[in-house]
Design a binder for this molecule. Structure first.
Ligand code: ADP
Length: 462
């Protein structure tokens, strides 16, 4: 149609602005590596926070006994227990329960939230039996996965900087969340010990490393994104005042805050300006699941408004932020039919377009592909940046041998095109030979067991 022809320049322009040719990927990977170094030297020197996890002891496989994990990071929290049997028997058994957090608790007081958590934990502990057995003379130990910004002060303490992800609990910011949990457990009459406080990426890395010692990096690509990796202590200048520099620790990069050299469009800038955290988390807004659908919606809204794409059936729905979600893009990209029937259905049901031509449906798939390709390739460049930094500090000990990246998150798990764009970028950056040494391992929900393993590796009884 003529409307379609008029909308084509928008698509061409988008392709141009979202392009991620090799030199751009190189720049992003180099900038990521440089920013990592800056953040390791001095707090606040770069965009990446490079938060030391205080995890100096990774699980080795020799751990034995019963350990618990608590995972708070979204609208659900999880409790888990695991019975460890040492080198040969590994994980003898594990059990977990998921509890959704009521809205009033998310908007209540610190005491209410932690009382709620302690009560559910107590409930779960009361059902312990079967293969689970606590060693004599010990208290039950907990690995606490807490996926909010924390200023960690030791392996088992950390101060909440601020709540995110819809939590608006009063009175917690500035306090040690482990102390808050301990106080609530005491009120509950629950005698347990928090042995490790960890971020979810750190839990994922520890969990994956337990099964595969070549795992050096963990990446989350879900609603949001983050990455952590194993760093040598003598490469962390900002920690040198603490004394011993031997050994390794896990560094939580908080890479979502990265922005150097990203190919951004007017659609990204507008989305950012209208977000709850303008100017922040730009890498996350370009590559993670929460935002890909919304960027595409903004492109389609412009095509509809300025070029009459969808004729006169242009619906108000398309004007609603976040109606089009990343799983919709994914479903449209899997449509292999001649008439793009699935695309038509999504357009009708999700954005209220009653009629669409085949050319329009094709254009919408092309827009989605363009945004998803940019996201996947930039994620690949980010991972390459981390590996590149590790490689140059280790005289070729990273790319010269098998190195594994543990990957978790619904975006990576469910979006095949995103996955292949990510891999493609890494192959372009490393070349066919070195990239064969980099293995991306999908670990599903590794962070819960990972936290329990970290509690075991950092046991108060060791
Ligand atoms: P979270 O990151 O919220 O802790 P997940 O790791 O499960 O949880 O990731 C959920 C995200 O994964 C969703 O917000 C969405 O962006 C993405 N996702 C989920 N399902 C799909 C799908 N079928 N196709 C593409 N993306 C998906």
């Amino acid at each position: 149609s003529s409307a379609m022809a008029a909308a084509t320049p928008i698509l061409d322009d988008l392709r141009l602005r979202c392009a991620t040719p090799l030199p751009l990927l190189r720049h992003v990977a180099d900038a990521m590596a440089a920013d990592m170094r800056a953040g390791l030297a001095v707090d606040g020197a770069g965009e990446l926070k490079m938060i030391p996890s205080y995890v100096y002891s990774l699980p080795t496989g020799d751990e034995t006994g019963l350990f618990y994990a608590l995972d708070l990071g979204g609208t659900n929290f999880r409790v888990l227990r695991v019975q460890l049997g040492g080198k040969d028997r590994r994980v003898i058994d594990s059990e977990s329960e998921q509890v959704s957090i009521p809205k009033e608790i998310m908007h209540g007081t610190t005491e209410e939230l932690f009382n709620f958590i302690a009560a559910r934990l107590s409930n779960f502990v009361a059902k312990e039996g079967g293969n689970f057995r606590l060693q004599k003379g010990r208290k039950r130990e907990i690995g606490f996965t807490f996926s909010f910004p924390v200023k960690q002060t030791s392996i088992d303490s950390g101060i909440l900087i601020k709540w995110t992800k819809g939590f608006a609990v009063s009175g917690t910011a500035g306090r040690d969340v482990v102390a808050c949990l301990n106080a609530a457990m005491e009120r509950q009459g629950l005698d347990m010990l928090v042995s490790a406080l960890v971020n979810d990426t750190v839990g994922t890395l520890a969990g994956a490393h337990y099964w595969d010692e070549d795992v050096m990096v963990a990446v989350i690509l879900g609603t949001g994104t983050n990455a952590c990796y194993i760093e040598k202590n003598d490469f962390i200048p900002k920690l040198l005042h603490l004394g011993p520099v031997t050994g390794n620790t896990i560094i939580n990069t908080e890479w979502g805050a990265f922005s150097d050299g990203l190919p951004l469009t007017e659609f990204d800038r507008d989305m950012d300006a209208e977000s709850i955290n303008p100017g922040e988390q730009i890498f996350e807004k370009t590559i993670s699941g929460m935002y890909l659908g919304e960027i595409v919606r903004r492109v389609l809204a412009k095509m509809a408004q300025e070029h009459d794409l969808f004729g006169h059936s242009f619906a108000d729905k398309l004007a609603q932020p976040f109606v089009l979600r990343t799983p919709h893009l994914c479903a449209m990209q899997q449509d292999r039919s001649n008439d793009l029937g699935e695309v038509e259905l999504i357009l009708r049901d999700v954005i209220g377009v009653k009629e669409s031509s085949l050319a329009e449906r094709r254009a919408i798939v092309d827009v989605s592909d363009c945004i998803v390709k940019r996201g996947g390739r930039l994620a690949g460049a980010g991972i390459a940046g981390i590996l590149q930094k590790m490689e140059s500090d280790s005289n070729g000990q990273v790319l010269g041998r098998r190195t594994a990246v543990a990957m978790d998150g619904g975006l990576y798990e469910n979006y095949p095109q995103y996955r292949s764009y990510m891999t493609e970028a890494m192959v372009e950056l490393f070349g066919p030979q070195d990239s064969e040494h980099v293995v991306v391992e999908h670990t599903k929900d590794g962070s819960g067991i990972g936290a329990a393993l970290l509690a075991a590796a950092n046991s108060k009884y060791a």
